[in-house]
Design a protein around this ligand. Structure first.
Ligand code: MCA
Ligand code: AMP
Length: 500
């Protein structure tokens, strides 16, 4: 295949005056607008000296302009590198030094601070209303652009994911990785140009950018583009939508809302959930309450989507369905790599056109995460006798809160740097809203010290808010096994009621 944008544009409605997106303030972007605006961004990038394969890093609030910048990057052959808006300057420094983007786009209010960061070659701004220096400069550019030819293996985007050890890794996703996956999902989930997707996810991660947006484009469909998950806005938009995608927290919150009734969603075609486990309980309650069975699917930044419950046929709660067409999933013994039979639990390994091209500048780390051409997910699961894949746990030490990944190793490193702390352990425990909540268990240098807010306060500049422990517990010592390794199972058990 070719440039992802070229592939998507073949799927746009013939009549380009069709609506692509409507926003909260009532503005409308048609497919013709999309072609013009993305062309203007592509021209501007070229004028700013951004060449094919250069990285364009973006930490901006969710806006249609940011989506147009994404499409402009694709058209110009540049590599789009979106960054979570919650990341602190300390966290950004690493990403910018590592990826060495030729352009960094930030929020106008952050401009002064961002200029100080190392690794920023060129800075432009973009705000939530689509204003800022970049948007302003783009409007005077020519509004048609010959999309640059790319080979399917060329990199379209880099998304950073943290790891259980060491630094974050930039997952390189090719034009083919993204194109094949969204075309497969469009067909698997029966998207057509009659669909209107309710888009309330952030657009700096796979879910909101590649799954939600690319599928809409690949179907020539429409979206209602909300700034984020605001329950009132979502309730107001549901009557005009046909499909909704979300993390489990979206569905947990909707079920608590009295205005979320069966009548409100009786016309809906599909609810999709992913990024974190949706409990069988929520599946059941949602079904009883609305008559809709949520379709749960499984993905990763490195692989896009791997498995999905069927559109027709049984959507089985507690499973993530079948490997997608063209994707091969096997279960292996975590240590030996030996393939395990159906019904046995092991590490989930994935092969297919969806699997990424490796970690940016990290060939050894990339090699270490593949076995016989299969990507080792770090998720523990099984394939049952009917072929349904279930995720039953994680071989990697990872917490998922509200669909965001938090690596305890990173939080522990930040805690251990504090003068008051001798050592720490970070675990995830059940949280009624976010699925999991972060708990820090620390051994203070001074046994008398027990100031929780002083500890959390010192993390403000170091870690994004969503990674910070919501509670800190002070102990004399951490439970360890004979090898000196912290026994996190004991801690998870001990603090299991923290958020109940
Ligand atoms: C916000 N906060 C969080 C989270 N989000 N803390 C932990 N985890 C979170 N996910 C913090 C806020 O900073 C705030 O801190 C406090 O929690 C309460 O904020 P609230 O207003 O309730 O939160 P919100 O703004 O409503 O956001 C919750 C959210 C949001 C809507 C669930 O986190 C969200 O949109 N999540 C989606 C993430 C996502 O798209 N994941 C996909 C990754 P304070 O105490 O200071 O007030 S892609 C992926 O995983 C793979 C590939 C896949 O399969 O899709
Ligand atoms: P990320 O690093 O943000 O790409 O997150 C990927 C991880 O999210 C996977 O390795 C899983 O642990 C988790 N995940 C995604 N979808 C699901 C799901 N439906 N059920 C359980 N875990 C999921």
């Amino acid at each position: 295949m070719a440039n992802l944008y070229a592939t998507l544009s073949l799927c746009f409605p013939k009549d380009r005056s069709e609506v692509f997106a409507t926003t909260q303030d009532g503005s409308i972007l048609t497919y013709a607008d999309l072609e013009r605006r993305s062309a203007q961004y592509a021209h501007l990038l070229a004028r700013l000296g951004v060449r094919p394969d250069d990285r364009v890093a973006v930490q901006a609030s969710k806006s249609l302009e940011m989506l147009m910048l994404y499409l402009g990057c694709l058209r110009a052959g540049a590599i789009f590198l979106p960054l979570n808006t919650a990341y602190t300057p300390a966290e950004l420094t690493y990403f910018l030094e590592d990826a060495a983007p030729s352009l960094f786009v930030c929020r106008p209010e952050d401009e002064t601070e961002m200029r100080q960061l190392a690794g920023v070659a060129q800075l432009e701004t973009l705000d939530a209303d689509g204003r800022g220096t970049l948007a302003a400069e783009s409007v005077s550019q020519e509004d048609s652009f010959p999309t640059i030819d790319r080979s399917g293996d060329d990199i379209a985007a880099i998304l950073y994911t943290s790891g259980t050890t060491g630094r974050s890794k930039g997952a390189m996703l090719s034009h083919d990785n993204l194109a094949t996956n969204c075309l497969t999902l469009r067909d698997y989930w029966r998207f057509t140009s009659n669909d209107t997707l309710l888009h309330a996810l952030p657009i700096f991660h796979t879910h909101g950018l590649f799954v939600a947006t690319n599928i809409t484009l690949a179907a020539g469909a429409k979206m209602i583009f909300l700034p984020g998950f605001d329950i009132d806005q979502v309730i107001a938009a549901l009557p005009r939508s046909t499909v909704m995608m979300g993390v489990p927290t979206f569905y947990i919150r909707l079920l608590k809302e009295p205005a979320f009734t069966q009548e409100l969603v009786s016309h809906m075609r599909l609810f999709i959930s992913g990024s974190a486990p949706l409990s069988a309980d929520i599946h059941r309650v949602f079904h009883q309450h609305t008559g809709h069975m949520i379709l749960e699917r499984y993905g990763m930044t490195e692989t896009n989507m791997n498995a999905s419950n069927p559109y027709e046929g049984e959507r089985r709660a507690g499973t993530v369905g079948f490997p997608l067409p063209g994707v091969s999933i096997r279960i292996a013994d975590p240590d030996s790599g030996k393939q395990l039979p159906q019904e046995e639990v092991g590490v989930i390994e994935i092969q297919g056109p969806n699997v990424f091209k490796g970690y940016w500048n990290m060939p050894e780390k990339t090699a270490a995460e593949f076995r016989d051409g299969y990507f080792i997910s770090g998720d523990l699961g099984l394939i049952d006798n009917d072929g349904y894949v279930s995720i039953v746990g994680r071989a990697k030490d990872l917490i998922i809160a509200g669909g965001y990944n938090i690596y305890p190793a990173e939080v522990e490193a930040a805690l251990d740097e504090l003068a008051e702390i001798r050592e720490s352990a970070v675990v995830g425990v059940a949280h009624p809203d976010m699925g999991e909540g972060v708990v820090g268990v620390v051994v203070p240098v001074n046994p008398e010290f027990a100031d929780e807010s002083a500890i959390i306060g010192q993390l403000q500049d170091k870690l994004a808010r969503f990674k910070q422990p919501r509670r800190i517990f002070f102990v004399d010592e951490l439970p360890k096994n004979g090898m000196g390794k912290v026994q996190k199972t004991i801690l998870r058990e001990k603090y299991s009621d923290t958020f109940k």
